[in-house]
Design a protein around this ligand. Structure first.
Ligand SMILES: Cc1cc2nc3c(=O)[nH]c(=O)nc-3n(C[C@H](O)[C@H](O)[C@H](O)COP(=O)(O)OP(=O)(O)OC[C@H]3O[C@@H](n4cnc5c(N)ncnc54)[C@H](O)[C@@H]3O)c2cc1C
Length: 287
């Protein structure tokens, strides 16, 4: 929805957004490719060739959430004409389009991710996002979604903190609740510190978003910082629950597993760090 809202024409927004907002239609965002993850900006291989008022798409995507059941898939492809990345809204049922669910994920198991292939998939010109002229436009969407993932990290670690705190009050060892031990309190306080500092950062990011003055490096910093704090915090929560921390039934194992995906998607910590590093030094260090 974000891609259509930000980069679609007025007519495209009216055509797609109301039914998506009502959850009558589901969307997916297809940027990552089997060979292009972190370097997808330069390494994108899916192509779009214009033939009259129709585009012909060829290529493959990986990890695309919702794509096994989504009605519309936003596909980012390189225009063979001018070499620029453009966005296309592809109907899932289009001939030549396949979506195969990625099995055996250990994290974010409620999200279905898919491998996609496009073999001469025909897309009408009216389905090309009017405001997407190059990867710079795609990046404006990533700026938004990275902020969202920073919030996910905060939610994940708050869940882990609350679970660990409750468990520490219930669980007894040496005849006392483990919450009464100084070393357990140390872990809980570290978790709370990570939650609080990250929450402060995402609230500030949201203020910058509201004022429409936030830049790529703001959401990249929040994504890298909050997900790193999350990964530490859920590790401490797991430590507090010891053996039961690795069992799904005790409510901590899912946070531990999910934190690994949240840490790496929407740009890994390294890539988001490089975005911030470039902004503060003026030197790109990606290659
Ligand atoms: C659960 C899940 C859901 C996802 N959903 C979607 C989706 O809906 N749509 C979509 O388009 N994508 C999606 N993705 C893809 C996600 O954005 C990518 O996984 C992510 O960008 C990393 O790419 P990669 O996995 O190919 O890792 P790679 O790019 O292969 O990276 C491997 C390692 O190399 C490091 N590295 C790479 N380049 C550099 C460098 N220059 N300097 C230092 N280190 C570097 C990385 O940081 C990482 O540690 C999803 C991924 C997951 C796991």
């Amino acid at each position: 929805m974000g891609s259509v809202a930000r980069l679609g024409s007025e007519e495209q927004r009216e055509r797609w957004l109301p039914r998506m907002a009502a959850m009558e239609k589901i969307g997916a965002f297809a940027l990552t490719e089997p060979t292009g993850g972190s370097d997808v900006a330069a390494g994108l291989r899916t192509t779009a060739r214009r033939e009259g008022d129709t585009w012909v798409l060829n290529g493959a995507k990986r990890w695309i959430g919702n794509a096994t059941f989504a009605d519309y898939v936003i596909v980012w492809a390189k225009d063979e004409g001018d070499g620029q990345v453009k966005g296309f809204v592809v109907d899932r049922g289009s001939p030549g389009f396949t979506a195969t669910k990625i099995e055996n994920k250990i994290a974010l198991r409620t999200v279905q991710n898919a491998d996609l292939t496009f073999e001469n998939v025909l897309v009408p010109e009216e389905n090309r996002l009017a405001g997407a002229a190059s990867f710079k436009d795609t990046a404006t969407i990533l700026r938004q979604t990275r902020g969202g993932v920073a919030w996910q990290a905060v939610g994940c670690m708050i869940g882990a903190y609350e679970r660990a705190l409750a468990y520490s009050k219930e669980r007894e060892q040496f005849g006392r609740p483990i919450a009464s031990f100084q070393l357990v309190q140390d872990l809980l306080v570290r978790m709370l510190g990570n939650v609080t500092s990250s929450l402060g950062m995402v609230v500030r990011l949201a203020q910058l978003q509201d004022d429409d003055v936030y830049r790529d490096e703001h959401s990249a910093l929040a994504k890298a910082f909050c997900t790193a704090r999350m990964r530490e915090a859920v590790g401490w929560g797991r430590e507090i629950m010891a053996g039961n921390g690795i069992v799904l039934d005790y409510g901590m194992g899912r946070f531990v597993a999910d934190s690994e995906a949240i840490y790496s998607y929407e740009g890994t910590r390294e890539i988001n760090t490089l975005i911030v590093g470039r902004a503060i030094t003026g030197e790109g260090a990606f290659v």
